[in-house]
Design a protein around this ligand. Structure first.
Ligand code: GLU
Length: 446
């Protein structure tokens, strides 16, 4: 078995691409299949090496490996050979319409209430007309002539699907500049590389119909492939994500300090009918992965949910696993005990700063009830402190002032942390320590 992730390196990967990548990868690992990273870079003007490099970096960040890399721009001769084969069998024909002429035709068809299907004028060109275009300096683009057939396949996500070829325009396979279009290069490679499973977005459904038809014209068989088309991610209200995707690049999420395994958990579970436990590493995720649990409805992506998923991951990740990331962010004061104390209150790992400041650096205390704080100061227990200290201090204060609940705890929390929320005070207090506590009760920035 062999799967592939086939990005066009014309931009950075966004969460939608990352989900396709991840599901392919997980499926490959689960089945112990080969996994190919294929750069669909035949559009030489838009494809850039820097994007391809960034895609590799994004994969490293997510911890996703590949067995081999293929660049379509290194394999142009194969696509050329396939094109020649199609020309010989009369299935690939030259067309000389300009983009404007095609646009005009399409608009006219639409205004007449007809579907905008290419009318095959080029098939009726005489040798003289072709010679005149050539003399004029026009270069042809080449279209694949579809047969009037029904194309069907058993989709692993949708079940039986079928399309009438007559509802499609003959697809362009070779551009005017001689460059093959993905429709052709994708098919040639899927056949040549021995790909067995193609998992991609619903936006490729009609491509698949055409590509199965093309495979057959090239001597292949669509039935040799398992196709699974996954519904595309939408925004919270069901709207397409395409406009916002630019801001949801993997590179940006990395820079914003999301945890890659949190993203894996979030994306790998979106659209999965069964909520699974948080996986601490990819191996654990592979074990629980099951493509058949993914539904047909479009999963909703939201950055708030992703943030929540990041927080959930940080809540359970052990110190030993996160230590390297803490060091990289300069959080060197965070020991294992401290991590265990604060991890439940983090959304992003950078939130550690707030708690390191509270416990090991300076803050501006919020003193809201001066008299009460004075009383608290007077009976502040002497060091050494441990987790019992908070209870001893506050129960003595309760007896003395008659306060309880929020009225008792909140002014102390605000004075000692300058925040209204946070980890349990009984755990934080020993880290803050006697001296800092005393200074903060005195209103000093400490
Ligand atoms: N390069 C295509 C894309 O990025 C590949 C689709 C596919 O065949 O998986 O949409």
């Amino acid at each position: 078995m062999k799967l592939r992730f086939a990005p066009s390196p014309t931009g950075n990967l966004h969460v939608g691409n990352a989900r396709t990548l991840l599901l392919n990868w997980l499926y490959a690992k689960k089945k112990e299949a080969q996994f190919v990273l294929r750069f669909d870079d035949t559009d030489l003007e838009r494809s850039k090496d820097e994007y391809a490099e960034q895609i590799k970096k994004d994969m490293v960040w997510l911890g996703l490996t590949y067995d081999s890399v293929v660049k379509q721009s290194d394999r142009l001769n194969l696509y050329q050979e396939a094109a020649e084969k199609l020309k010989k069998s009369g299935r690939l024909y030259p067309c000389y319409e300009t983009k404007n002429e095609l646009d005009f035709k399409r608009k006219r068809q639409l205004s007449q209430g007809r579907p905008p299907i290419y009318d095959r004028t080029a098939l009726r060109l005489s040798a003289d007309e072709i010679a005149a275009f050539e003399a004029d300096g026009r270069r042809p683009h080449w279209r694949f002539q579809l047969e009037d057939v029904t194309i069907s396949w058993q989709d692993a996500a949708h079940g039986e699907l079928s399309f009438e070829a007559k509802h499609f325009s003959d697809p362009i396979l070779i551009r005017e500049n001689g460059a093959p279009v993905y429709t052709l290069s994708g098919v040639v490679d899927d056949l040549d590389l021995g790909i067995t499973h193609i998992i991609r977005g619903d936006d490729h459904l009609s491509n698949t119909a055409i590509q199965i038809h093309l495979m057959e014209a090239l001597g292949g068989d669509g039935k040799d492939f398992v196709f699974a088309h996954l519904p595309l991610l939408t925004g919270a209200d069901g709207e397409g994500l395409s406009k916002r995707l630019g801001s949801l690049g993997l590179k940006d999420l990395k820079e914003e300090n999301y945890e890659p395994m949190a993203l894996v958990n979030y994306l790998g579970n979106l659209g999965n009918s069964e909520e699974s436990d948080i996986a601490l590493n990819l191996e654990a995720f592979i074990d629980s992965f099951d493509l058949s649990k993914f539904g047909k409805s479009s999963p909703k992506f939201s950055q708030e949910d992703l943030q929540r998923a990041n927080g959930k991951f940080l809540q359970v990740v052990p110190f030993e696993q996160i230590k390297e990331r803490l060091d990289a962010l300069g959080f060197t004061k965070t020991t294992k005990d401290f991590w265990n104390t604060i991890q439940g209150n983090l959304t992003l790992l950078t939130d550690v700063k707030e708690y390191e400041d509270i416990c090991f650096s300076t803050i501006n205390p919020k003193i809201k009830e001066q008299d009460f704080i004075e009383q608290a100061k007077e009976i502040l227990p002497k060091a050494p402190w441990d987790e019992e200290t908070w209870g001893q201090w506050t129960s003595a204060l309760k007896t003395q002032t008659g306060r309880k609940g929020k009225a008792l705890f909140m002014p102390l929390r605000q004075a000692l942390t300058a925040e209204d929320h946070g980890p349990e005070m009984k755990k934080l207090l020993p880290f803050i320590g006697y001296e800092k506590t005393l200074k903060r009760l005195n209103g000093q920035s400490e």
